[in-house]
Design a protein around this ligand. Structure first.
Ligand code: GUN
Length: 286
């Protein structure tokens, strides 16, 4: 069985280079760069790493990136006030609030406060509704990055069985919708699914976004299937691993994403694309 390792890092790099060129053109014409503001509340070490990567990517793409780091004691009111200021700020094209938020803050309230046209994560109810109604929407970054990987690896989708393991608002639900739009037959499995192994073995495309290392092993994969591992888990010795046991799975899969270097970099490339798109929409209204 051919087993291709999908190089998300390289594909993301090419995409960012393309975005950088497009940004350069429009920024010169319009006299201002796209700007993304990233808010982080508290000291979650993984979140700090992610937001740093997002800011670095804006710089690579020739955009302005503002990191707004707030103490974990920040009140919900204070956070909402900051978001409303950014909504009103004409220089800001994209607003991202890194999740998870501290327990005293209602995530849904915060997401709802972001202006839908600046919601680069695509988490606002208006964008979620638009996605599910097949209307123009800002689409969440990780699911779009997965679709881009499937496209660039020429994975056939129409008529094939896609199994999504995980039902989060950030990944599981939106990726199921995007696969459905490409005419996959989609199954969503989750923590209460009985006989997960059997369902996974029926997948031509297997997307795993749960957050449990070694959940999926080689014997749960159909020979030749495309396996997309969205998990980012840290082992006791500090190593990053996905939800898929790469060692056994890569022997069975036709194509598989590694962790790190698979989906993660694609999420960031798609965030750059969403920010650029928000900028394009906003300058055409200036
Ligand atoms: N936390 C984990 N993934 C994401 C994401 O895509 N966006 C935000 N804002 N927070 C996250």
């Amino acid at each position: 069985m051919g087993n291709m390792i999908i190089d998300g890092k390289q594909i993301a790099q090419h995409l960012k280079e393309e975005i950088r060129e497009q940004v350069q053109q429009l920024a010169t014409q319009n006299g201002r760069k796209p700007r993304l503001d990233v808010i982080i509340v508290g000291e979650n070490p993984a979140s700090k790493t992610y937001v740093r990567s997002k800011i670095n990517a804006t710089e690579f793409c020739g955009m302005d990136g503002e990191l707004i780091a707030l103490p974990k004691t920040t009140s919900q009111e204070e956070l909402l006030r900051i978001i409303r200021d950014l909504n009103e700020n004409e220089a800001v094209d994209g607003i991202l609030v890194q999740l998870p938020l501290p327990k005293h803050i209602d995530e849904q309230e915060v997401i709802h406060a972001i202006a839908p046209e600046k919601d680069v994560d695509g988490f606002h109810p208006e964008n979620v509704a638009r996605l599910w109604l097949n209307q123009p929407a800002i689409v969440p970054c990780t699911p779009m990055g997965i679709m881009e990987l499937l496209k660039q690896t020429h994975t056939p989708l129409a008529g094939r069985h896609a199994v999504v393991v995980g039902r989060s608002n950030i990944v599981g639900k939106p990726i199921a919708k995007l696969l459905l739009d490409e005419n996959c037959t989609v199954t969503i499995a989750h923590s209460r699914t009985s006989d997960l192994a059997q369902i996974c073995r029926e997948a031509d495309i297997l997307v795993v976004a749960v957050g449990r290392s070694h959940l999926i092993t080689g014997e749960m994969i159909k020979p030749g299937a495309t396996v997309i591992d969205v998990g980012i888990n840290r082992t006791e010795d500090g190593k990053l691993v996905g939800d898929v046991d790469f060692e056994s799975a890569s022997k069975v899969a036709g194509a598989i994403t590694p962790v790190p270097g698979g989906v993660g970099p694609m999420t960031i490339a798609m965030l750059m694309r969403n920010t650029y798109q928000c900028y394009v929409s906003r300058i055409s209204n200036e």
